[in-house]
Design a protein around this ligand. Structure first.
Ligand code: S3P
Length: 441
């Protein structure tokens, strides 16, 4: 079904941030590996995270829902994983598939991994190559893609590895494999990426060492460590909050409060860029969850200016470029994004999908190999566009947010993928005043 976002003059309200997708995957995986039982609350019940839960269950963990966002997990512990009888289906999820490839690698089992069209076109060599060095074996589809078959080895050999791309998925995959390797596995990161695996592994009782190295990090984990079941609360997702924040800042009468957002320097690049653009953002301490700081955030109507997004911010806002492009389109002056070539291999080619989204709505934008340059309209963009989302949830949500403040409505070809990361998106957007309606093609 198509969805249309019709411009509104007010975005107001107070709501709670949905559970963080990255932390939800990790909570299910670590709880599924641990000795004993874990209680998880605030889990994001998006399609991606559910696939990770299904995969951990197929590998032998007990995964049971006990309430809204509440899950009870019995970890496999000392027994280790069992070989799955059917292929593990990761749907649209790069994170679930790549992290669980690290988990399977250290067990003497064989598993087949499959995914949807988008996931089956994404590169897996980035995790296969280092895992092969550690002792795992793969038979993959051409171009090192899914479907693939993985055979693990117990124990693996530890490695010292510097991923060619800044990727938390690669780092996390190797830390999970490193848990079952002989020796100390070390990942060198020239630019630090999201550190939820490090924090959550520590929370489950593992000793993970992180050393600063210039602008980067050296992360290491000794093999043979055991995890212990925990009670964990998933913090709110700053990547999902970015959509609500943008709707409020672009609205003629905008003012929202979002409670319980995770505040983490490896994830807050979008909010730092927004402040550089002149966005009205407030934050108040709101405690902690899963070893992460929480804040209640507020956003108000903002007069924004274009900026050169510092390349150092890119890893901390890697998922926020489509929605930042929407802000840039309404801002005065030019916004330049570079050093973001990883966007080419996300759920879609997000550089080209973002450019098409802006152009279809009358915005002038120039493509670069590693980013794009947006000429801001200095106010509401023309709108009126029909957007192909390319099965990409973040393109779909960005386009609908754009329509809340553009001159004419914005329509998307399909909204089903939004459920992968933000199943309550429509409820939350409508609660703060967006006008979203469904129509047949
Ligand atoms: C994620 C890491 C990032 C991000 C993805 C979630 C994670 O991917 O884009 O949405 O949870 O580790 P990369 O590791 O490919 O940068």
């Amino acid at each position: 079904m198509r969805w249309t976002s019709t411009p509104v003059t007010e975005i107001k309200g107070s709501l709670r941030a949905p559970g963080d997708k990255s932390c939800s995957h990790r909570a299910l995986i670590l709880a599924g590996l641990a000795d004993g039982r874990s209680e998880i609350s605030g889990l994001l019940e998006g399609d991606d995270v559910k696939k990770t839960g299904d995969a951990m269950a197929a590998l032998g963990a007990g995964i049971e829902q006990t309430g809204a966002g509440k899950w009870l997990v019995s970890g496999v512990g000392r027994a280790g994983l069992q070989a799955p009888v059917r292929p593990l289906d990761f749907g649209n999820s790069g994170t679930g598939s790549r992290l669980i490839m690290g988990v399977i690698a250290g067990h003497s089992i064989t598993a087949t991994l499959i995914g949807d069209t988008s996931l089956s076109s994404r590169p897996m060599a980035r995790v296969m190559r280092p895992l092969e060095k550690m002792g795992a074996r793969f038979e993959a589809s051409s171009g090192d893609r899914l479907p693939l078959q993985e055979t693990g080895r117990d124990p693996l050999e530890a490695i010292h590895y510097s991923p060619p791309q800044a990727s938390a998925q690669v780092k996390s995959c190797l830390l999970l494999a490193g848990l079952r390797a002989q020796g100390i596995t070390t990942v060198y990161e020239p630019r630090p990426t999201r550190d939820h695996s490090e924090r959550m592994l520590s929370g489950f009782g593992a000793d993970v060492r992180v050393k600063r190295d210039g602008a980067g990090n050296v992360v290491s984990i000794a093999g043979g460590q055991r995890l212990t079941g925990q009670r964990t609360e998933v913090p709110g997702d700053p990547s999902s909050v970015a959509f609500l924040a943008t709707a409020a800042m672009l609205s003629p009468r905008g003012g929202i409060v979002v409670e319980g957002t995770m505040s983490n320097a490896t994830r807050d690049g979008f909010f730092r860029a927004v402040e550089m653009m002149g966005g009205c953002v407030g934050a108040e301490d709101a405690g902690t969850a899963a070893g992460e700081r929480l804040i209640d955030m507020s956003f108000e109507t903002s007069a924004l200016n274009g900026i050169n997004v510092p390349e150092a911010l890119v890893p901390a806002m890697i998922d926020e470029f489509p929605i930042l492009a929407v802000l840039a389109a309404f801002a005065s002056g030019e916004t330049r994004i570079s050093g973001a070539e990883e966007l080419r291999v996300k759920e879609s080619d997000r550089i080209s999908a973002t450019i098409n989204m802006l152009r279809a709505n009358g915005v002038d934008v120039e493509e670069q190999a590693d980013g794009f340059i947006v000429q801001g309209c200095g106010g509401p963009v023309p709108g009126g566009g029909f957007i192909e989302t390319h099965h990409d949830h973040r393109i779909a949500m960005s386009a609908l947010v754009m329509g809340t403040a553009s001159q004419k409505p914005v329509t998307i070809d399909d909204a089903s993928m939004i459920a992968t990361s933000y199943p309550a998106f429509f409820r939350d957007m409508q609660m703060i005043g967006a006008n979203l309606s469904e129509s047949a093609p």
